[in-house]
Design a protein around this ligand. Sequence first.
Ligand code: SAM
Ligand code: SF4
Length: 463
Amino acid sequence: MTDAGKRKVRAVKFHIHTYGCQMNVRDSEAVAAMLLAAGHERADGEDDADLVIVNSCTVRQKAEEKAVGKCGNLCAAKRERRQIVGLMGCAVKRLGADVFRRLPSLDFAVGPRRFGMIPKIVADLAADGWPKCGCGANRLELPDEDEIPEGLSAHPDVSAGAVDAFKSYVTVLLGCDNRCSYCIVPDVRGHEYSRPAREVIAEVGCLAARGVKEVCLLGQSVLRYGLRNKAWEDGGGEPFPRLLAALDGIDGLDRIRFTSAHPKGCTDELVRVFRECRKVCRHIHLPVQSGSDRVLREMGRHYTRAEYLAAVAKLRAFDPEFAVTTDVIVGYPGETEEDFEATRSLMDEAGFDNSFIFKYSPRPGTRAAALPDDVPPPEKERRNQALLADQERRGLMRNKMLVGTVREVLVEGPSLRNSARWSGRDAGNRIVVFEPTPSVRAGELVDVRVTEAHPQILVGEVA
Ligand code: SAM
Ligand code: SF4
């Protein structure tokens, strides 16, 4: 039992704001689960909370400013609201003790692989009298590069009907050893560590027993699972495809997804698993970053344009509907018009179902930060808008191919835009909107025949 568990701790109401990627969403869920297990409660919102935590991102400067700015606003109001304010996640590791110069009344700052300490910190602060004044306790917890967090498999019990009651993230690979030239993730999230396969299988088994229908396995370069450290007790086969095949056998589970992938991991074995394992969704998030071989080399991505396109072709060879989505960076140092046009043409050749476009942002300490950030902001914006417009056209074209087909949809509930309609996602992670029938329930699979295609959504009727 932890110290927090042994001591009688005053129960507090907590609220967590999460910025950034799915990894952060998952870490926030684990923190919520640990706080609930320690006897604390969720607040209805930040106004109603005794404790507010901001989970931060630092992958781009703007993302960091948003999270730190939010925390600053909370710190300014904490005295009046009698709140404790904490910051967790990637920005904490980047800023280190400097975070308290920026936010002097912050109570605690906890780096990414140490979120398991939060219940203990809360217990310590509560034991000291809570909160005495608007001054910050300034407690800092910075993880080591190889630290294995506590609470990795903690999941909160969520209310029936909520989307997170039937969809869960599961972290399988921590950190990243790729060191792409522009990326700060390896500095803040540390070295790769693959969780033992038996631990992951047990966690997914527990989730399925609780009614979870879909899991998404997380790792920065998730196909590297089991390559730096052993994940399976015996040798036998490629570790990640083998994990997918093992999870495919879990009763009650309907779908398995994963993110993010790298072309080097698109092996014949992975393709075989996609083909043979019914629950493994035919969708891959395969960040390309650029379509120019020169830029890819400078970024240190370890593939060429041709190798990338070959990986996509291999996945679509057995199923032309296989969904491929990507991340792209525009305005990398030295990116010429010709490089940009190469990205544009690659995106058309690959036929991406969806893409996320980012304007290059220099990150301190990365190799690219030493290069001049020489694509002017208006030009980055122009390239960004051009790729977004291309994606609208391409998304519509890809979706039109699906009109008349029947999609198996995991129902999420009333659509955000029009609550008379419901929405869910097909195996390709495409949003499908439809008129619900009386028997349709959130968290169930339903067949929907597609009647209309739009760039970002499919519309259909229950088949
Ligand atoms: N690990 C994933 C991969 O490389 O496949 C991506 C992780 S990163 C959190 C998400 C995306 O942010 C990257 O794919 C990249 O497009 C973008 N990104 C990372 N560093 C960036 C930077 N310095 N400026 C702009 N975008 C960046
Ligand atoms: Fe960053 Fe590259 Fe690792 Fe992705 S693979 S997290 S872009 S270093």
